[in-house]
Ligand binder design. Structure first.
Ligand SMILES: [Zn+2]
Length: 71
């Protein structure tokens, strides 16, 4: 299940909760503090996995040269 960072629009509480996507879609997630379901989703902690490699790891001889041979 994914984690959601949510902010309660009623009391301003920000919290992180693990919930099913269907629970979120149906607004079944409640504020941990006041119980309101009027929540705003924050995306501050979502880390987008970068497929980009850094240049040193592209070197086929990295185990020999440590990535400093210019490849
Ligand atoms: Zn609240």
């Amino acid at each position: 299940m994914p984690f959601y960072d949510l902010k309660c629009k009623t009391c301003g509480e920000e919290f992180n909760i693990m919930a099913k996507m269907s629970d979120k879609d149906q607004n079944l997630i409640k504020c941990v503090k006041c119980g309101s379901d009027d929540l705003e989703t924050l995306f501050k902690n979502i880390n987008i996995v970068q497929s980009k490699k850094n240049s040193s790891s592209d070197c086929p001889n990295i185990h020999k040269c440590g990535g400093c041979c210019g490849h």
